[in-house]
Design a protein around this ligand. Structure first.
Ligand code: AMP
Ligand code: MG
Length: 527
């Protein structure tokens, strides 16, 4: 077994400058995009779960995945030819302030694989030990956060949302001390490694760091690398990159980013730490930390306890933050452009573009053929108010809306999506029935059959999302050595839009015990 049937290659390490120092100690790394580094061997590696579909797409056979060499590679215990592991150097704005150099503090990239279906993919181990970018960290990841990343990235993928993927989840056999809620209750926790996969792990912060150091040559090299590999259609035929090419690249990054945020809003996903080091240059959802899924619709909700006061990364603020982050990226590439106006103009377009995509998305959620203008906009805004008036489960509401008919008694029809019966006052009922009347009139305008509308709506409004409490239950069991719930959730979330009667309980609203439970409604960055 050697995996030599895979087409391995090295895009970053062959085309971008390496850190000239080889020692693995924390330092400032300048004029380089990455540092060579080896994963730290672990005491007793074992595979907990594997993403069979992705493994197959990459080219791993079933026998490959069953081999001990595969487990060793997936945990950083074996490096086969021609793998040459490295960690990326990048910076970032964290919670609005410039944090300087950050980098892959516990992520180690193994190699690229050329696939027929998905093009080039980089295999990356998260939690594989210290790198020159580990700062005060230990380079490790605990089981609970690794399960969260493993399940959620694939859930997002199956919802049709741009994301990094996850190939495998393994235990290392080691343990590490973590203070889960930063409250002085430190405990030993099992360590794990997720093998993440993406066509690009470059972030906004990858460009920002050399820009902050005045290293214009490296900014240029990185932007051109991203054009060639991430946005090949933008590559000039004669390889003569000019200002227009750079601007088109920035536009494309904006375009990918707005699509991603609209998708998050569609399904009720809150990233939780939208720092610029966690923003991918290809607009993929990346770095699953204290993320959360909206249960009761609340635009002000943030799952991240570190963000509790400011709520910078709240559900309803994700567009504004993405815009702020793109401004930082625009600043970073300014030296390549030389004037502010074209960048400002792209940023103004970004707001318009987002608005247009959001309107189309909302129209599809409501089962309309298309967005029809300002009266639809009012209907959407009033729906948001309605959903926020009483605690309403967002996911269940939209599935029930798909089967709502004028003849139905409204409160009875929507009964399953409410969290608090005491909130269902006369005033609320009136608000609901008034909105539904206007909705019905709008549906009549389109004239779709009830079945057609239901099918359309159910293809954009998921029945199953990775509810926070479901993940937490899988984590609680896994910490006792039972990994069955991880497999079950993985299977359910492969078909998030389908009725799966055998898994109906996983589509129900959050049980009351989970309302304020750690891991179910709030998380810290500790991972
Ligand atoms: P995050 O907010 O999780 O994206 O992390 C911000 C930065 O901290 C990134 O550069 C990470 O690589 C680094 N980091 C997070 N956790 C650890 C850890 N346990 N050891 C080393 N570096 C870490
Ligand atoms: Mg990060």
């Amino acid at each position: 077994m050697s995996f030599q049937h895979l087409k391995f290659c090295h895009r970053i390490t062959e085309q971008l400058p390496a850190d000239t120092q080889l020692e693995n100690h924390c330092r400032s790394v300048e004029h380089a995009v990455f540092s060579w580094v080896s994963p730290t061997p672990t005491s007793n590696p074992s595979l907990i779960n594997i993403n069979e579909d992705l493994a197959k797409t990459i080219g791993f056979s079933e026998a490959d995945c069953a081999s001990s060499l595969f487990t060793d590679i997936m945990t950083g215990n074996a490096i086969i030819t021609p793998m040459k592991p490295y960690a990326l150097c990048y910076g970032g704005h964290q919670f609005g302030g410039w944090a300087g150099q950050l980098g892959d503090g516990r992520a180690i990239n193994l190699v690229d694989v050329e696939t027929s279906e998905l093009g080039y993919l980089t295999l990356q181990l998260k939690g594989a030990g210290k790198t020159p970018y580990s700062r005060r960290g230990d380079g490790l990841a605990v089981l609970r956060s690794s399960i969260r990343e493993y399940l959620c990235s694939e859930a997002m993928f199956n919802l049709g949302i741009a994301t990094t993927r996850a190939l495998s989840l393994s235990l290392t056999g080691d343990q590490v001390v973590r203070d889960k809620m930063y409250d002085g209750n430190a405990e030993l926790e099992p360590c794990a490694v997720v093998c993440r996969v993406s066509s690009s792990f470059l972030r906004f912060g990858s460009i920002q760091l050399p820009a902050s150091r005045g290293d214009e040559a490296l900014v240029k090299q990185l932007v051109e690398f991203s054009i060639i590999h991430d946005y090949p259609k933008l590559k000039p035929e004669n390889n003569q990159f000019d200002i227009e090419t750079y601007l088109n690249w920035f536009k494309a990054v904006c375009d990918q980013t707005s699509t991603m945020i609209v998708d998050w809003m569609r399904v009720g996903f809150v990233h939780g730490v939208m720092n610029t080091d966690n923003m991918s240059l290809i607009g993929e959802t990346i770095d699953y930390g204290p993320y959360g899924w909206v249960d009761d619709f609340d635009l002000g909700w943030t799952p991240n306890t570190t963000d509790e006061g400011q709520k910078r990364y709240r559900f309803g603020g994700q567009f504004q933050v993405s815009q702020w982050n793109l401004f930082q990226l625009a600043n970073a590439i300014f030296p390549l452009i030389g004037e502010a106006e074209p960048l400002q103009s792209i940023m103004s377009d970004y707001a318009l573009q987002y608005e247009n995509k959001w309107q189309k998305m909302m129209a599809s959620k409501l089962g309309f053929k298309d967005y029809q203008g300002v009266s639809d906009q009012t209907l959407f805004k009033d729906l948001q108010t309605l959903l926020s008036t009483v605690e309403t489960d967002m996911t269940i509401f939209y599935r029930l809306l798909a089967t709502y008919q004028a003849k139905n008694e409204a409160l009875t029809h929507f009964a399953d999506c409410y969290y608090r019966a005491d909130q269902l006052t006369q005033a609320y009922q009136l608000q609901l029935t008034n909105w539904l009347k206007r909705y019905q009139t709008r549906l009549n305008f389109d004239g779709l059959s009830a079945l057609q509308r239901e099918n359309n709506m159910n293809s954009v409004n998921p029945k199953y999302v990775l509810r926070n409490y479901l993940t937490q239950q899988a984590i609680d069991l896994a910490e006792q050595g039972d990994y069955s719930e991880i497999e079950k959730l993985k299977i359910i979330l492969k078909k998030p839009y389908d009725q799966q009667p055998e898994y109906e309980t996983c589509a129900q609203k959050r049980p009351d015990w989970a309302r304020n439970k750690i891991g179910c409604s709030m998380l810290s960055c500790s991972s």
